[in-house]
Design a protein around this ligand. Structure first.
Ligand code: BGC
Length: 786
């Protein structure tokens, strides 16, 4: 077993169900330098104050809840409880089965007394009942017989210690409220010490020899914050004994609940064995896979990784997430990096959900809607109008971005101005519109979507300023998607001016806020006008700003990332690539050298290129035209070339965008970037970030490249469009999508596309395959050669 990779294995082997998730840590392990058994409840945060660098900081963290995995044993004469590291490992294999959501570990080891033992551990976190999980150990003495003492525990003494960089910060989030036993169940009730969320866990172990349940002598042990039970049995050489640990989890954030401890005990009482639980769990996964699987024929492991990504998306957010007032975290519920916060990464994630489980996108958008009040307060605090959603969002919708961060390269704490990424609001607006296009859910627009769009538009109207000199509107002091540029060189004032992506998207926002307003009917229009204090003058102002927003250009046809970008000196990429093993986090490198990345034409991630990612050439030309600029789409490849050579890809999102924007002009390059993106978590290309949590945006984004980019799938003007253009490496692709309530199966193979409406379209839907427009009605199959 490779110790260095254990953290990565734990993150990638996390099991979850959209309600809670547990890292794939060994049952016998405790948090140490190698292992980190974290358990996270979706959307459960707690705030703690810490003293660092002479400041008192308050951070809101995703809480690491009690470790329910603990299971270990001791043989006659052993002082210590079993830890694999202390044995001679003869064979070890760890296997994650995504089709059924099962984690398996097979161990064969020998102790100092030459006793060889085999253990096969099988684990699941139920996708059928989100409150249940279980572990089965098949325990076989290979060359010995004798008594075995087992220990099973629920450990509430855990802290948040999953990210080394946060070590100086407070980490104890849990208070123990109650622990004990009832019949054959042990339980633990804990509460977060600030947000006062309760979680109850209950566990029961049964021991079997074949089908026969063994009677064991049990002993209960209570330590501070930890409840354990010990039980012993007689093991005989070559005979397998099975230990089943079933646990239940409830929290005070649950629906339809009286009290968490009662609830978890009740849930567990009804569950008797692993195999019944596993059968229901597998069925639930197989239903999900029917909707979410994408089949791909291409060389290498792309199909496998694609499924790994879909698997982790569904473990983070599933039907069990719907209605729970949680958002979708940038790093999954798989680790503590970025503290479980919600960023703009939704932009890369929602398209998969829109076409398969739109109720889930609906629920995730409501997470934003419920924080509209908080977003309005944030705007008001800055003397602005409308709603300003925070860059990092957690429980209440206040800004959760840290104000200083640790540069692990220099050991210094630095101010963090990334919170100035106001474009997160544009992503929310764009997601609302996309959800509407795919679902035509007018009710959502009426009651929630339009209000958010209007409030965001109101906010952007209030941060734009008129430049007499330019005779145009400007947006100053922001940070664009590229987080390297947070200020002008030498300036104390944070932010840069006229980030092209922000400005173009803002123009798009104004026209779409208006479109949304037109969709909701006069009664709701009047109500919203009154509630949001909007009048026709404000609407005309938006239209005026939308037409006159300033977009900086470097030279004809090449968009400047922000105003003044062209004046920055070039960065010596070659020298730094030679000097450092990885220059993805150039900001930290330069800072440790006493320099600043703000001083160079060097970006962390796609910024201008985001425009080509979100809009087709046609749409972009129109957008620029509406803003009074002529944009020649033939210059798109020049823009791509310009920025790709000046980007370090320090965010995993960057390669997604690169693959996407190259797809129509350079298929070979698109495939190459796609491959780089698809391995980024599996191979932990950032060298240590994946163990702290997977990159949800990049995982979902790679799947979406297949779903929408290579197939040319988009919805515009009530028409579902397809315009496939695959890299040569892809010989066939198949998927199911749900478009406006109709399940369509799409298969691309050779130069043929087969569209099948699976269960009969309730009402006809319009499809345009390149120039061919047709309708799908009822059950039908349409084959197109192209
Ligand atoms: C990226 C952001 C992203 C965040 C969370 C950062 O490294 O620069 O674009 O939103 O990670 O994934």
């Amino acid at each position: 077993m490779n110790k260095e990779q254990e953290g990565l294995r734990e993150a990638l082997c996390t099991l979850g169900n959209g309600y809670f998730a547990t890292r794939g840590a060994a049952e016998e392990a405790e948090a140490d330098d190698v292992h980190y058994p974290g358990t996270y409840l979706a959307g459960s945060y707690n705030r703690l104050k810490s003293e660092v660098a002479g400041k008192t900081l308050e951070n809101e963290d995703l809480v690491n809840w009690p470790n329910w995995l603990q299971l270990s044993f001791r043989l006659d004469g052993d002082k210590n409880w079993f830890r694999l590291e202390e044995k001679q490992v003869l064979d070890y294999r760890q296997e994650l089965d995504f089709s059924e959501g099962i984690l398996r570990r097979e161990m064969h080891f020998k102790d100092k007394k030459h006793r060889e033992t085999k253990i096969t551990s099988t684990r699941l976190v139920s996708m059928a009942n989100p409150h249940l999980a279980c572990i089965k150990w098949e325990f076989t003495p290979v060359n010995w017989s004798g008594p075995v003492m087992m220990r099973s525990a629920l450990d509430g003494s855990v802290k948040n210690e999953g990210v080394k960089r946060y070590k100086a910060l407070s980490s104890k989030h849990l208070k123990i409220i109650e622990q004990g036993k009832t019949n054959d169940i042990i339980y633990l009730l804990v509460q977060t010490n600030q947000s006062r969320i309760y979680m109850a866990q209950a566990a029961r172990c049964h021991v079997y020899s074949g089908n026969k349940k063994l009677r064991t002598n049990r002993e209960i042990l209570e330590e501070e914050g930890k409840i354990s039970e010990r039980f012993s049995f007689q093991a005989s050489q070559g005979k397998t004994v099975t230990i089943e640990k079933i646990i239940s989890v409830s929290s005070s954030k649950d629906r339809a609940i009286n009290e968490p401890l009662n609830s978890s005990l009740e849930t567990l009482r009804n569950e008797l064995d692993f195999s019944a639980l596993k059968a229901r769990h597998s069925e639930a996964w197989s239903r999900l896979w029917k909707q979410f699987d994408i089949t791909l024929k291409s060389p290498g492991n792309s199909q496998l990784l694609l499924r790994l990504h879909i698997f982790h998306l569904l473990q983070t957010s599933s039907m069990h997430t719907i209605g729970r007032d949680v958002g979708i975290p940038a790093r999954g519920w798989h680790g503590e990096a970025y503290r479980g916060h919600i960023f703009w990464d939704e932009l890369f994630i929602f398209p998969l959900l829109n076409y398969r489980l739109p109720d889930l996108t609906h629920s995730l958008l409501l997470y934003r809607y419920y924080r509209l009040g908080a977003a309005k307060k944030l705007a008001e605090k800055e003397g602005l109008k409308g709603a300003m959603f925070p860059w990092q969002s957690g429980s209440s919708g206040r800004e959760e971005s840290q104000v200083i961060h640790l540069n692990p390269k220099s050991g210094k704490w630095l101010p963090d101005h990334t919170y100035l990424q106001r474009h997160v609001n544009l992503a929310i607006a764009y997601n609302i519109w996309q959800y509407y296009e795919v679902t035509a859910d007018r009710n959502f627009m009426k009651f929630y979507g339009a209000e958010m769009l209007l409030e965001i538009a109101h906010f952007f109207a209030s941060i734009t300023t008129w430049s007499e000199f330019r005779q145009r509107y400007e947006i100053r002091n922001v940070v664009g998607p590229d987080e390297f540029h947070t200020a002008y060189p030498g300036s104390d004032e944070p932010g840069i001016n006229n980030n092209a992506y922000t400005n173009v998207m803002t123009s798009w926002l104004f026209s779409h806020a208006k479109k949304a307003f037109e969709l909701i009917g006069t009664t709701r229009q009047e109500a919203l006008k009154q509630k949001l204090k909007l009048d026709d003058r404000e609407f005309s102002k938006w239209e005026e700003i939308s037409r006159k927003l300033y977009v900086p250009f470097i030279k004809e046809g090449i968009i400047a990332q922000f105003e003044g970008y062209e004046q920055l000196p070039e960065f010596d990429w070659e020298a730094y690539r030679e000097k450092y093993q990885s220059i993805q986090r150039l900001d930290r490198i330069l800072n440790a050298e006493g320099d600043s990345v703000n001083c160079y034409k060097a970006s962390k991630q796609a910024d201008v290129l985001m425009l080509f990612y979100l809009f087709s050439a046609e749409e972009l030309v129109q957008l620029f035209k509406d803003m009074g600029y002529q944009f020649n789409p033939e210059r798109i490849p020049d823009n791509i070339e310009y920025y790709v050579s000046r980007t370090s890809d320090g965010s995993t999102l960057s390669r997604i965008v690169r693959s996407w924007v190259e797809a129509r002009s350079d298929r070979e390059c698109a495939w190459h970037c796609f491959r780089e993106a698809i391995v980024s978590d599996f191979e932990d290309v950032q060298g240590g970030t994946t163990p702290e949590g997977i990159h949800m945006g990049s995982m979902a984004g790679t799947v979406d490249i297949l779903q929408r980019c290579f197939t040319g799938l988009e919805v515009r003007d009530n028409v579902l469009r397809l315009n496939p253009y695959f890299p040569e490496e892809i010989t066939s692709l198949g998927m199911e999508i749900n478009y406006r309530g109709v399940w369509l199966s799409l298969e691309f193979s050779g130069n043929q596309c087969r569209i099948k409406s699976r269960d009969g379209a309730a009402s006809p839907v319009k499809i345009k395959f390149r120039d061919q427009l047709f309708e799908i009605k009822g059950k039908m199959i349409k084959t197109i050669s192209y």
